[in-house]
Write a protein that binds this ligand. Sequence first.
Ligand code: HSE
Length: 333
Amino acid sequence: MFMKDKNKSVKLAILGIGTVGGGTFRIIENSHDLILQRAGVDLRVSRVLARSPEKAYRLGIPEKAVTSHIEDILEDDSIDVVVEAIGGIEPATSYMLKAMQKGKSVVTPNKAAVAKNWAILHEAAEKNDVTFRFEAAVGGGIPIITSIKEQLVGNNFTEVRGILNGTSNYILTKMADDNLPYDEVLKDAQDKGFAEADPTADVEGLDAANKLSILIALCFNMYVDPETIPTRGISRINEADIRSAEENKQKIKLIASARLEEGKLTCKVGPELLTEEDVLYNVNDEYNAISVTGDAVGEIMMRGKGAGAFPTGSAVVGDIVSASSTILLKRHA
Ligand code: HSE
């Protein structure tokens, strides 16, 4: 057991206790002592913003910690880190901006809000001298953002390409391997917590476009509004398309890609026919994979679960601990 040390305690609020918020809470509960031992951070979930409190109670969150009023969290000076897991662009963006204005660090898996409001969220973090992290916004549990920003920081990137949506990859895999109809697999993906509340963004490629916009900003220091990325989804792919690909030893995958050549950026999201030689050919089910090419490192690929409560929660917890370490350093400076 570890001694409770007030100086190591970091207080969190989680906004939204759906798939990702719930997964994050459970990982923190299960790994509290491990995180304290490894990172020296004593994480405390002190408030939860929940639309339906019963869901929060079922997770074992005490009644006094649950609120349906954002002000209870924004006005609470003891809260160090706000985890925004309600999704959607608004009110999520306003809540994040207000939290930063109150001096709180912000962690989010919200790709739609981060991609749409890239500049204002980053400016607010800088202005208020707080940490803003969003590792879970791209590739679920895959630590691609931290890798690009930190470990691969010395590279000029020329290409980023990947499978960025777990739901559509799950649908395409089950249609091909198990002969299941589109609608049935989509329902299954929703039941498993892979799909967004409205799965249109998943199957029409918009979710992948949001993630590609974030990767472009990180790799190429350019902002591309996700709405301007040429995007096609998988909703019109039928069994005949899948069988015809199989006959040619190919697979249909939803691919997001961006390339920088002589200062000119090209990018797109859409279904592509992949051959066995392609590094993305064997990335199946809800798995995602992202390949980046840098002038120093060459091509590097990361693969892992791109959707679901625990893989995504894993990335959120990593960001929380990172933000908390910075908070503790400042506290003890
Ligand atoms: N709905 C998303 C997906 C969740 O299927 O990839 C993870 O961002």
